[in-house]
Ligand binder design. Structure first.
Ligand code: ARG
Length: 550
């Protein structure tokens, strides 16, 4: 059926549904049109049978369509008064639609870089997408646990431990830990190619580590601690935090217990190569297996993940667990959940892998990105340069800080605009444009919107062609959050906010506050203030810190 309202915006229907009073009225018509279905010619004949009331002011027939004219004054009143009533930041969050979502404890695992290795674009994506998911879940009323699962175990520590004796320097380690660890790691990897002794030393170091040799463990611990300290500092710049810094190392012993459990449940098979595998094929003919034990008896990435998942369930009693990594790990997580289920852990059904696509060409002045800090520095430097060149830049107290926040929002918006699973090409110039659909545009719009505490205003001053669409759009906020909660795609919210900023831009042009009579100015300020609060809340969920001046 076609339902056409006096605004040429099909978003109007769900938009109206967001306000309970409109929703009730509207569902009356929707039921009416679903049966009997509306045919092209009978619009005329339906019109007299549809009642007008305080919500729907007028109903008229067009060619094959019925037009409903909504009471705009009531719409303006209802939307804007809810800003005054509800607590700051709560607009839309108590909607009936959002109340249909189940709430509970959500564990979100994200970022999860590997110690001494590169922090690549995939880790950056995991960090910001995971942070978005955690923020979203939290604002929808869940108890959220934010976890970073470090790659802090494995043969790389054998190499690092042995290599540190030859290439390492405590002084440099203190000054610039991430850089120095990475250098040592690169050096030792080169060295082992020609130097069999070094390889033996690395193996020896790792086996000392596995046997808890105190000297080896304390060096490892030092590497881990300084890495976490450094990361915490950089995450803070990015507006990201974690409740727990876990890691593969926490589960190496439990991983052996998992192997025993698999054995006792009859799930562990020995392959021709002598490795321990779990048969995942439906025909049970070993056509699809997952390796959980090396032939030398050591565990693997997936074995530690099995142990980690079981441990998290016992410790945190999560209702759902979300893993955020690039899509190349999709099979790993499928196998992980499959084995957990086979072991009888039915909660594995409530574990989800949230995959994302690859980023091409993330480079800084220093070349290929190795450290997260370099990306943030570059974003800030470029933004600062743009701000200095722009004529509209306001004097701010702290231009560095503003450039940092705006630069980061540019990174985030570039990343969140498309479908999460898609690959994209990193482009500094495009993402930092002041016009166009960028994070800079979001920040620019926010900085220009004023806050107003006026409660009393006359809605009849807001019935223009440019103000009503802003209000309709604001009403869709809860639907957008709902959709985002369903598919964990940040694009819905980003595109909603970008659209809002475009609508605000026209409203700013056509509804000046300065120079209008006091009544009109007050009503307009109320509109802009409402828009500002939705924009700010949405930005915060995305992981962006709104700036007040730029
Ligand atoms: N450290 C891994 C990497 O850099 C990501 C860890 C993902 N999480 C997990 N539970 N496996 O590829």
């Amino acid at each position: 059926f076609i339902l056409w309202l006096s605004q040429p915006e099909d978003a109007f229907i769900p938009a109206l549904a967001a306000v309970p009073v409109f929703k009730k009225q509207l569902s009356r018509f929707i039921t009416y049109f679903i049966r009997p279905p509306l045919c092209n010619n009978d619009a005329e004949s339906h019109v007299p049978r549809l009642k007008r009331d305080s919500v729907v002011e007028d109903v008229s027939a067009g060619r094959g369509v019925i037009n409903f004219k909504v009471n705009r004054k009531l719409l303006v009143q209802k939307v804007l008064e809810s800003f005054g009533k509800e607590e700051e930041g709560q607009f839309g969050l108590n909607s009936e639609l959002l109340n249909t979502l189940t709430r509970g404890t959500t564990l979100v695992e994200y970022s999860s870089p590997n110690i001494a290795k590169k922090f690549h674009a995939g880790h950056l994506r995991s960090t910001i997408i995971g942070n978005f998911i955690a923020n979203l879940k939290q604002c929808l009323g869940n108890n959220v646990i934010r976890m970073n699962y470090l790659g802090d175990w494995g043969m790389q520590f054998g190499l690092l431990g042995a290599g540190f004796a030859k290439f390492g320097c405590q002084e440099k380690l203190k000054q610039n830990p991430l850089q120095h660890l990475f250098e040592v790691y690169v050096e030792v990897n080169k060295d082992v190619e020609q130097n069999e002794e070094m390889m033996q030393a690395a193996r020896a170091f790792f086996s000392q580590l596995e046997q808890h040799d105190s000297e080896a463990v304390s060096l490892w611990q030092q590497f881990r601690e300084i890495t976490v300290d450094e990361y915490q500092h950089v995450y803070k710049r990015l507006g990201v935090h974690f409740d727990i810094y876990s890691g593969e190392s926490f589960h190496q012993q439990q991983a052996q217990q998992v192997v025993q459990k698999l054995q006792s449940q009859g799930l562990l098979k020995t392959s021709e190569k002598g490795t321990g595998v779990v048969d995942l094929s439906t025909a049970k003919d070993m056509s699809s297996v997952s390796t959980v034990l090396r032939s030398d008896g050591t565990t693997l990435y997936i074995t530690r993940d099995l142990a980690a998942a079981i441990d998290r369930k016992e410790k945190y009693h999560f209702d759902e667990m979300i893993y955020v990594t690039d899509k190349s790990q999709a099979i790993h997580f499928q196998q992980l959940f499959h084995i957990l289920l086979a072991m009888g852990h039915s909660w594995a059904d409530r574990c989800e892998h949230v995959p994302f696509g690859l980023v091409r060409g993330m480079k800084t002045r220093r070349g290929e990105v190795v450290f997260l800090e370099d990306v943030l520095d570059e974003a800030r430097a470029r933004m600062l340069r743009n701000m200095n060149q722009s004529k509209t830049t306001k004097e701010t107290v702290n231009p560095e800080d503003t450039a940092e926040k705006v630069g980061i929002s540019a990174l985030i918006v570039q990343d969140f605009r498309g479908p999460r699973e898609s690959d994209y090409t990193f482009d500094w110039d495009r993402m930092l444009q002041a016009q166009g659909d960028t994070g800079v545009f979001l920040q620019y719009t926010h900085a220009r919107l004023h806050r107003s505490d006026t409660v009393l205003f006359d809605p009849s001053h807001l019935l223009e062609q440019t103000s009503v669409p802003v209000l309709q759009h604001l009403l869709r906020y809860d639907e957008v959050l709902y959709q985002s909660a369903k598919d964990l795609q940040p694009k819905h919210l980003v595109n909603f906010l970008l659209k809002l900023c475009h609508l605000i831009a026209s409203a700013h042009r056509e509804l000046p506050v300065k120079g209008s009579s006091q009544d009109v100015a007050q009503a307009r300020l109320r509109l802009f203030s409402g828009a500002r609060s939705v924009l700010a809340n949405g930005m915060k969920i995305l992981g962006i810190t709104p700036v007040d001046q730029m």
